[in-house]
Design a protein around this ligand. Structure first.
Ligand SMILES: C[S@@+](CC[C@H](N)C(=O)[O-])C[C@H]1O[C@@H](n2cnc3c(N)ncnc32)[C@H](O)[C@@H]1O
Length: 268
């Protein structure tokens, strides 16, 4: 399941991708028969032998649906807790060392909140899940729906508004995190710069070295623009490549972003 860390070389976007068939999650199973207003989905987390339940509201828009990269990220977190050694698990060494403080995680563009909620339950972490203000009531609904498993696993989830690039929002959630997570947050090109500004705030703005782990399903060639811009500020590595699902040529890729070390200054 896991793959070694490899440096990204050059432009990663070379394939033709049909955006219209790939923009929405390809989830055609049990929920097909359920009216579109509301869908409940159970995610079994084998590492803690528990389910997380997530409400989707497809008629409300893309922010209220589960995207493919989210499921992959949840599975990777689950595998780490199950003891599988992956490049990803390096990020959780602090816990292995027996640090008594819970891991502090920030999630960007949480959508339904599944990644943040699952991370809190799997890792016993304190997670702040964020999105645009109008998305937050559904995330809070999902957090409340999982309060029992969160309590059992000593995990905690806070829900907060964070519109990318908004200084007030970023200051309000603070920089006190060990890790930042995001899934399927690179899609519209007008969001590339606000997202990079946000990553700059968290990865380059404080004294502490924080990593951003991003699960991403590529849909458009133009996404290479985001990666080119990001690589000017951050070291970007691939830490996992998921095999493409049946009928597709592209699978979810998980990236690790860390702040670039600036070259030492010339003596005056
Ligand atoms: C494609 S969805 C992915 C949702 C979720 N992470 C998942 O994988 O299921 C992108 C998410 O980014 C959020 N988003 C879009 N523009 C944003 C912005 N300017 N600031 C913060 N979040 C934004 C959307 O509301 C949405 O929840």
């Amino acid at each position: 399941m896991s793959s070694p860390i490899v440096e990204i070389e050059g432009d990663i976007d070379t394939d033709d991708v049909n955006p219209f068939t790939m923009i929405l999650p390809q989830d055609g199973h049990d929920n097909d028969a359920i009216p579109q207003q509301q869908q409940q989905q159970l995610h079994f987390l084998q590492s803690i032998n528990s389910n997380v339940v997530i409400r989707q509201l497809p008629s409300e828009g893309l922010s209220f649906q589960l995207w493919p990269a989210a499921t992959i990220l949840v599975t990777l977190l689950d595998n780490i807790r199950s003891g599988e050694s992956t490049p990803f698990s390096e990020l959780f060494k602090r816990q292995e060392k027996g640090d008594s403080l819970p891991l502090r995680i920030l999630e960007l563009g949480s959508g339904t909140g599944v990644v943040g909620i699952a991370a809190a339950a799997i890792l016993g972490a304190r997670v702040t899940v964020t999105d645009l203000p109008h998305v937050l009531p559904n995330i809070q609904f999902n957090v409340d729906a999982n309060s029992q498993v969160l309590e059992q696993q000593s995990g905690g989830v806070d829900v907060a508004a964070l519109s990318w690039g908004d200084n007030q929002h970023m200051e309000a959630v603070g920089r006190d995190y060990d890790l930042i997570l995001g899934s399927d947050v690179v899609y519209h090109d007008h969001l590339y710069d606000p997202l990079i500004k946000t990553l700059r705030f968290f990865l380059l703005g404080g004294g502490k070295k924080i990593a951003f782990v991003m699960a991403h399903l590529r849909r458009w060639k133009k996404e290479s623009v985001f990666f080119k811009r990001a690589k000017k500020l951050f070291d970007v590595q691939i830490i996992h490549t998921e095999p493409p699902p049946d009928g597709s040529r592209i699978g979810v890729v998980v990236y690790l972003f860390t702040g670039k070390r600036l070259p030492p200054r010339e003596p005056l």
